[in-house]
Design a protein around this ligand. Structure first.
Ligand code: URA
Length: 212
C-alpha cells in the first residue's frame, strides 16, 4: 500500500482546531470539508486522464480531461458523508456511491447495512472517504467489496489514522496484487482499549452531526 501523510501547515492548523473538544459541530463540518479538499488534491495526483483538444481564442491547445469511466467517490456512512462535499468540490464530475458500515462497539467488527454503488465498477478508480482509520476493519471490508466488484484501484482518504489500522490494512492485502493508496491528514500514536484513536478527535460521526 502506498501511504501519503499530509505534511502541510494548513492541514496541521485545521486538524488542531478539529481535535479541540470545544470545537462545535458547524465549525467541525466546515473544517472537515476544507481538510478533505486539501487531501483530495494529493489523492487525485494519479487520477486517470485522456487527451483533450480545445480551441483557445488564439490557437488549438492539446490538453487533458478526466478519463472515462469516471472515478467513483464512496463515502462510508455515517461519518464519511461529512467528507463528501470537500471531495466533489475538487472533482464535481465524479460518480458518488454509498456504503453504510457500522462497527460493533464490543467486537469492533464492521458490518454493511446499506449499499448504493454504481452497477459497474470494472476498471474504475474508487476514492473511499472515511474520517478515521482506527482498527481498519471498516476500511478493509469496504476495499475488499470494491475490488470484488471490479475496481482496479482504491484510494482511501482519512483525516486521521492509527498505526494499528494501517498495519491491519497492509496485512489484509499483503498477498494480493491490489493497487491501494492511503492519503491521511496525520498518523496518531495508538488506539485505546475502546478502539478510539489517541489523541484523535473523539467520535467523528458524533462531532460532525452534533450527537455529543
Ligand atoms: N471512529 C471514530 O469516530 N473515532 C475514533 O477515534 C475511532 C473510530
Amino acid at each position: 500500500m502506498k501511504i501519503h501523510i499530509a505534511a502541510h501547515p494548513l492541514i496541521g492548523h485545521k486538524l488542531t482546531v478539529l481535535r479541540d473538544q470545544n470545537t462545535k459541530s458547524p465549525t467541525f463540518r466546515q473544517l472537515t470539508e476544507e481538510i478533505v479538499t486539501l487531501l483530495a488534491y494529493e489523492a487525485t495526483r494519479d487520477i486517470k486522464t485522456a487527451p483533450a483538444t480545445v480551441m483557445t481564442p488564439v490557437a488549438l491547445f492539446e490538453g487533458i480531461e478526466l478519463a472515462e469511466p469516471r472515478p467513483v467517490v464512496v463515502p462510508i456512512l455515517r461519518a464519511g458523508l461529512g467528507m463528501l462535499e470537500g471531495m466533489v468540490r475538487l472533482i464535481p464530475t465524479a460518480e458518488v456511491g454509498f456504503l453504510g458500515m457500522v462497527r460493533d462497539h464490543v467486537t469492533l467488527q464492521a458490518s454493511t447495512y446499506a449499499n448504493r454503488l454504481p452497477e459497474n465498477l470494472e476498471g474504475r478508480q474508487c476514492f473511499i472517504l472515511d474520517p478515521m482509520l482506527a482498527t481498519g476493519g471498516t476500511l478493509i471490508a469496504a476495499m475488499e467489496y470494491l475490488f470484488e466488484r471490479g475496481a482496479t484501484e482504491v484510494i482511501a482518504i482519512t483525516i486521521l489514522s492509527a498505526p494499528e489500522g494501517i498495519a491491519a490494512v497492509e496485512a489484509a492485502f499483503a498477498h494480493k496484487d491490489h493497487n491501494i493508496t492511503l492519503v491521511t491528514g496525520a498518523v496518531d500514536a495508538k488506539l485505546n482499549e475502546h478502539g478510539y484513536i489517541v489523541p484523535g478527535l473523539g467520535d467523528a460521526g458524533d462531532r460532525l452531526y452534533g450527537v455529543v
